[in-house]
Design a protein around this ligand. Sequence first.
Ligand code: ADP
Ligand code: MG
Length: 244
Amino acid sequence: MNKPLVSLTGVNKWFGENHVLIDINAEILPGEVVVVIGPSGSGKSTFCRTINRLETIDSGEIRIDGELLPEEGADLARLRSEVGMVFQSFNLFSHKTVLENVVLAQIKVRKISREAATKRAMDLLKQVGVEAHAKKMPSQLSGGQQQRVAIARSLAMDPKLILLDEPTSALDPEMINEVLDVMVQLAKNGMTMVVVTHEMGFARRAADRIIFMADGAIVEESTPEEFFTNPKTDRAKQFLSKIL
Ligand code: ADP
Ligand code: MG
C-alpha cells in the first residue's frame, strides 16, 4: 500500500471556546491532489495551517512522511521546509526583486550557493511564465504574476507537498486562470498538493479527491465525480446548490 505523505489522526483544535477542528482524520498520499472545500469559517485554513504547524493542535497527531510533527525546534524547521505554503495574499518580500524572492530562502534555509540558487530560480520563474520579470519589484507585477512568483518561491524549496490556501481568491477574474493553469501543470507533474479553493472547475479538472468541511469537521470525502454529481450529505448538497 502507498504510505501516506501526510496523516492527521484524531486532530482537535480550539480557539478559546470555538472548537474549530473536530476529530480530523485524513491522509494525503504521495502525488495526490486534494481539494478542500466548504463554507467560510468551516476550518479549511486552520486545517492547512496545522499541517505545517503554523497553528498548534490541542490533541491528536500529525505526521509528515511518517515523522511526528514536533512542537518546536530544528526538526520542526526541517519538516516545515518540506511543506510549501501559498497564501491568498502573495506574501512576497516587497523590497526584493522577483528573482531575489525566489533565491533567498534557497541560500538561507537550504544552504545552496547563490549561483545554483539563481539558476534554479530562473528555471522556476520560466516554469510559471514570469522569467521576463525577474529583475522587477513585486509591485510592478500583476496579482496573477505575483502569485505565480509565490508558487515558484515555494517550489524552490523542493517541498514534498504544497498547501495552497485560496490562491486565487484575491485575484481579479482575468488573472485567475493563469494561476490555475500553473497549478494544473504542477498536479500533472506529480506534485502532492492540498488546495483550498472555490474554483470548482479546477476541483473537477485536477483533484483526485475532495474533502468537504463544515463546522470544523470533515463531512464528506470522495472523488470529484462523486462529489459533484452525487453528494452524500445534505450539508454538501446545500453548499453545492449555493455555489454551482
Ligand atoms: P475557513 O478557512 O474555512 O474560512 P478558518 O480555518 O479560517 O475557516 O476558521 C475556522 C474558525 O476558526 C472560524 O470560526 C474562525 O473565526 C476561527 N479562527 C480562525 N483563525 C483564528 C484565530 N487566529 N483566532 C481565533 N479564531 C480563529
Ligand atoms: Mg480560509
